[in-house]
Design a protein around this ligand. Structure first.
Ligand SMILES: *Cc1c(COP(=O)(O)O)cnc(C)c1O
Length: 423
């Protein structure tokens, strides 16, 4: 079932007033739902000592949202300098931040080392020679290659650009130790939006097996295993939610078994983005145009600059037409934005109730990889973000982009250079 029913029941009675006050379009996020999911995650994994979620900042890089994560005791998974800055601005320091970049620059390593540093999650052995200051705690991203099959969004591990191979993993830690590292972690991420919990159980089993190999070969005991993000959410009404309880029970049992046979167990960490915030956000937009040509189109006052997933992955996002939930879904519409791209469609050939101009549409599950993935192509700017707070009030947590923002990168003191002019 897309979007939490609780969020829907909190939002629907006040959505018209919010839309009138702030103007459409906007993403709105649900504080209560985000906190509930965070508490559920902690409770589910409470049997594993030191369990830690590092929220994947790229999913919803808004300071106010990161503050909620910080409140719940979560760390942050970052992969760029702006994401590091954001995490540090909400107060995260040192090992509360994991820096999981790919194709990393020396500038990024230098930045990561500032302000108390962070956990470095390295994507390749060659980077050991490029990190200016190797921290004491080093982690590698492991790519199992043909040992695992990936899924649609993340691709087949053999074709994925991430991580060190199975054959490189022992060498990677040997070399890190040679370079001065004394504490170690192991990371992988082999799925994205995966709803089958047993996939994550297999990932945990795989990492425990690798840690046994590395311990046997090098005598290294990992401090933590990071099973990555990729926990799925049900975007379609007929999909079942990920079975968090069963997943946590089976993973906890694997860690217990490891402890029984090895006399210790690493901590278990994860870096969920979508699972934490995806269902707790919605894009609210108004129908502004109708058009009947080869198909029936409803034009809304938002476009793919606010939500790319349908265009990029042909992803399904459920849509409610506010106030019409009891009307027959007897129309077939393409719900479109205004961009000069034919894939700028929030829904294709979707059964919906009859939509009038002025109707509010609530597009579900935009709390992760929604606004964050937006862009400015065609001069279409990104909308504002609101937070439906625990006390029922609504807070503007990011303003809409303005034309000034769009032109900002062209406002500078001109610098003209003539490479051929040797005078
Ligand atoms: C994108 C990403 C995540 C978060 O993925 P979700 O599907 O949002 O859980 C976590 N870790 C890494 C390294 C990522 O690239």
């Amino acid at each position: 079932m897309p979007m939490s029913q609780d969020f829907k029941s909190r939002l629907q009675p006040v959505i018209e007033e919010i839309a009138t006050h702030y103007g459409t379009p906007f993403h709105i996020y649900d504080e209560v739902g985000i906190r509930q999911t965070g508490e559920d995650l902690k409770a589910a994994f409470s049997g594993i000592e030191g369990f830690q979620e590092y929220y994947a900042v790229k999913a919803l890089p808004n300071k106010k949202i990161l503050q909620l994560m910080q409140d719940m005791g979560f760390g942050f998974d970052c992969s760029s300098i702006p994401e590091l800055i954001l995490s540090r601005e909400v107060g995260a320091t040192g090992e509360q931040i994991m820096f999981t970049s790919n194709n990393t620059t020396v500038d990024e390593f230098n930045f990561a080392a500032q302000d108390g540093g962070c956990i470095l999650n390295l994507d390749d052995i060659s980077l050991l020679d490029k990190v200016p200051q190797l921290p004491e705690l080093v982690c590698f991203r492991y790519n199992p290659g043909p040992r695992r099959t990936g899924n649609v969004i993340i691709g087949n591990p053999v074709e994925a650009k991430y991580g060190v191979t199975h054959d490189q993993v022992v060498e990677a830690y040997a070399k890190a130790r040679e370079k001065g590292a004394t504490r170690f972690g192991l990371h992988t991420m082999v799925a994205s939006n995966e709803l089958d919990y047993s996939y994550m159980v297999e990932t945990s089993r795989m990492l425990l097996e690798i840690s046994a190999v590395v311990e046997k070969e090098l005598g290294i005991r990992f401090e933590f295993l990071n099973i990555g993000g990729g926990f799925g959410i049900p975007y379609r009404p007929e999909q079942q939610a990920l079975n968090l309880q069963a997943m946590a029970q089976e993973i906890t049992a694997l860690f217990d078994q490891f402890k029984a046979s090895h006399g210790y167990a690493p901590k278990m960490v994860m870096e969920s983005g979508r699972y934490m915030t995806g269902p707790h956000g919605a894009l609210v937009t108004r129908a502004i145009n109708h058009k009947q040509t080869y198909r029936n189109y409803v034009g809304v006052d938002s476009c793919m600059s606010a939500l790319m997933r349908p265009a990029l992955y042909e992803a399904y996002h459920h849509i409610d037409v506010i106030g019409k939930s009891d009307q027959p879904q007897d129309q077939i519409y393409d719900v479109v934005g205004s961009l000069c791209e034919n894939n700028d469609k929030f829904a294709v050939q979707r059964e919906l109730p009859r939509i009038e101009e002025g109707d509010l549409l609530m597009i579900h599950d935009t709390g992760a990889h929604g606004q964050a993935m937006g862009f400015q192509y065609n001069g279409r700017l990104r909308p504002k973000e609101l937070l439906l707070c625990e006390d029922g009030s609504v807070e503007l947590i990011r303003r809409a982009e303005t034309n000034e923002d769009y032109f900002a990168t062209m406002n500078f003191v001109a610098d003209k250079f003539s490479p051929l002019d040797k005078g």
